[in-house]
Ligand binder design. Structure first.
Ligand code: HEC
Ligand code: HEC
Ligand code: HEC
Ligand code: HEC
Ligand code: HEC
Ligand code: HEC
Length: 480
């Protein structure tokens, strides 16, 4: 039955793919870098050929058996006689071969499992689609945390769910049927309790954090302005520190629920707070009287503030500020802040076009640039900012991905703390213009101003025009 061309072809394919698998596996084992293509060949393509060869071999045998039956003769009976040395030998070969095959299969599936969970596979196999997330991830504080620690987490149910949705995603990638940019927030992302809180202990008392922000204005002299703030992060667990501050929201005792009217969760007209004693307070925006369906309510967790812990698409203004403060863009170059931001925000179709146009625009703004080494250096730095934060092929940049941790370039905290959300009996939430509620300004300005710290908090001096109470930063500041 096994002596036919189909079965023999199957056997040859099986042997060849087994050999290929072992070779690739050895390469993968000794390589010091993760290569998604070697992985795909080893763990998907080689096993697929192995299974194909096996199917061919069995199919050939069945075909042959039918042909023998058709010819009228009975299929040769299967006789095993262990007293024959030949039968004993064949049985030993068969048992040995089967054991080896099972061992390789087990080893192979174990490694296939690990491979599909690896950052190499998630971030690089579909390189164009995942490039924005992969590149920004590599620049973030979680660059050493695997994609799956946040996107899948532990346990079998989420493993199966992720493999099912992953299969569709592979199909969508091959068919080029994916949305650009990939929409955020991710629907049905696993709650933070089961991902972030596997590493971050929510009871931790963080206390005050000292943060310094350095800005350059868009005037000719790129005036520098620094703000040093104490962020009142605090904590939410009464056994580890006083309960209060920004981390008060965390789910340890309080439960904050909200309802958003848009898919990106930027418009929040309804908030409900359930405190540890079970007292319920409901806040509404003026004019919002709708009934809220239970299914539309979201419980606030880490990701409602830290929604970009791994993939930070920096705003052009922030990115240029950083490069200038580090000296990779020289702040003595006239109007470089304004020019660099201008070059970055133009609409480009591809990365190559963007990089070329940035050079063209900046060279145009500094006609004597060839004699000035500061210009070439600035162009290189702006191009690097573009590579790290702008992905025109996927239409992904800061415009597509709001960051909710602050309130300057997006509404962020002010989605709720805008001073307009009130309870039925008139109780207000922390107001936007209570500037000392969440942080205090220790020092601001430039030069000597920064040595005069005020522990009670200074009044905010706006580097632009005078602000009136109730002004929302995001109405003017958009990151450009
Ligand atoms: C520290 C946790 C963490 C890690 C590690 C992480 N992500 Fe994310 N990722 C997030 C969060 C949080 C979001 C935004 C979720 C939301 O708002 O719904 C997100 C969003 C995304 C999105 C949707 C588009 C977007 O930018 O919002 C993609 C795609 C993505 N991640 C892919 C990856 C890949 C690929 C890796 C590994 C290279 C990875 N992530 C690593 C936490 C993480
Ligand atoms: C596998 C463990 C792990 C997981 C899961 C994880 N983190 Fe982290 N996270 C870390 C480590 C480690 C650091 C510290 C990095 C450092 O300081 O070098 C960190 C740092 C942070 C920081 C401080 C960032 C900074 O700029 O210093 C924040 C905020 C944070 N994580 C939020 C989150 C959120 C939100 C999630 C869930 C989406 C999450 N983390 C999931 C391990 C993890
Ligand atoms: C989904 C709505 C929502 C968002 C978004 C939100 N908060 Fe709150 N926050 C609340 C509610 C509700 C309270 C309780 C009522 C109050 O004290 O104003 C609260 C209370 C606070 C408190 C007082 C805690 C205490 O000591 O009693 C601080 C500080 C605070 N928030 C800071 C922030 C910061 C900073 C952000 C953005 C990073 C933010 N909040 C985002 C809903 C929200
Ligand atoms: C109300 C918004 C909000 C929520 C909810 C929230 N955080 Fe934060 N968290 C902040 C802010 C604001 C800071 C200060 C960040 C800064 O200034 O860079 C911070 C700081 C941190 C830091 C850095 C602490 C350090 O020592 O550097 C970590 C880690 C962190 N948060 C983790 C978490 C985790 C885990 C959760 C969920 C259990 C969470 N946060 C929930 C707003 C929030
Ligand atoms: C609900 C809490 C809250 C209130 C009220 C609040 N802030 Fe903030 N502010 C924050 C948080 C959170 C950040 C982000 C810190 C970070 O990025 O790490 C921030 C950041 C800032 C920054 C630095 C912005 C940046 O990203 O470059 C400035 C400046 C600032 N706030 C000024 C003010 C002023 C002025 C007021 C009053 C009109 C005010 N804040 C009211 C929570 C608040
Ligand atoms: C009416 C419009 C308007 C509002 C509202 C506004 N700003 Fe500004 N802001 C400006 C302008 C214009 C500049 C000067 C920009 C420049 O020269 O690059 C500026 C500059 C700044 C700068 C320094 C440079 C930069 O671009 O980052 C900071 C920091 C800043 N504003 C913070 C805030 C904060 C915080 C709020 C909310 C409390 C706020 N602004 C509200 C218009 C506004």
């Amino acid at each position: 039955m096994f002596r036919n061309w189909i079965t023999l072809t199957g056997a040859v394919i099986m042997l060849a793919s087994l050999f290929a698998f072992l070779l690739l596996f050895t390469i993968d084992l000794f390589a010091h870098f993760g290569n998604p293509y070697v992985g795909i060949l080893t763990f998907f393509v080689a096993p697929a050929f192995l299974i194909f060869g096996l199917a061919l071999a069995i199919g050939g045998a069945l075909w042959e058996r039918r042909a023998i039956r058709r010819a009228g003769s009975a299929a040769p009976p299967l006789e095993i006689d262990l007293s024959h040395p030949r039968d004993r030998r064949i049985l030993a070969y068969f048992a040995g071969g089967a054991a080896l095959f099972l061992l390789f299969t087990a080893m192979g599936s174990y490694h296939t499992y690990h491979f599909t969970e690896s950052t190499t596979f998630c971030g690089q196999a579909c390189h164009q689609v995942m490039k924005p997330e992969m590149v920004t991830y590599q620049q973030g504080p979680h660059a050493r945390v695997s994609c799956t620690a946040c996107h899948i987490g532990p346990g079998a149910t989420w493993f199966v769910r992720s493999k099912l949705s992953g299969t569709y995603q592979v199909y969508a990638t091959l068919q080029k049927k994916y949305p650009r940019p990939i929409p955020t927030p991710i629907k049905n992302l696993r709650p933070a309790q089961e991902t972030c809180e596997q590493c971050h202990w929510p009871k931790k008392f963080v206390g005050n954090l000292d943060r310094t922000f350095t800005y350059y204005l868009s005037d000719e002299s790129n005036t520098v302005h620094t703000i040093r703030m104490l962020m009142k992060v605090g904590g939410a667990d009464p056994t580890h520190g006083p309960v209060g501050g920004i981390h008060w929201h965390m789910n340890v005792g309080n439960r904050v629920e909200y309802y958003a009217t848009d898919a990106t969760r930027q418009k929040i007209p309804w908030v409900r707070l359930i405190d540890p004693q079970g007292v319920v307070r409901e806040y509404r925006s003026p004019g919002f009287t709708n009934e809220i369906r239970k299914a539309d309510i979201r419980v606030m967790d880490c990701m409602d503030c830290h929604n970009r812990p791994a993939h930070v698409f920096e705003t052009p203004s922030d990115a240029v500020n950083l490069a200038m403060s580090l000296g990779s863009i020289d702040p003595t170059l006239p109007s470089i802040k304004a020019n660099a931001v201008h070059a970055l925000v133009q609409p480009y179709e591809t990365e190559t076009e963007g990089l070329q146009q940035i050079a063209t625009i900046l060279n145009g703004r500094y006609p004597d640039g060839t004699k000035d080494p500061r210009v070439a250096k600035a162009i290189a730095a702006v191009q690097q900012i573009y590579r790290d934060n702008f992905f025109p092929e996927m239409k992904a940049d800061w415009r597509a991905y709001p960051d909710n941790i602050s309130h300057k370039n997006w509404l962020g905290c002010l989605r709720c703390h805008d001073g307009k959300h009130v309870t039925a009996d008139g109780k207000e939430m922390i107001k936007a213009n209570d500037c000392n509620a969440c942080h205090i300004i220790l020092a601001q300005g430039s030069g000597d101003d920064l040595t005069k710290l005020d522990i009670h908090g200074q009044e905010f001096k706006h580097p632009g025009d005078e602000l009136s109470p109730g002004d929302i930063c995001h109405d003017c500041h958009t990151g450009e």
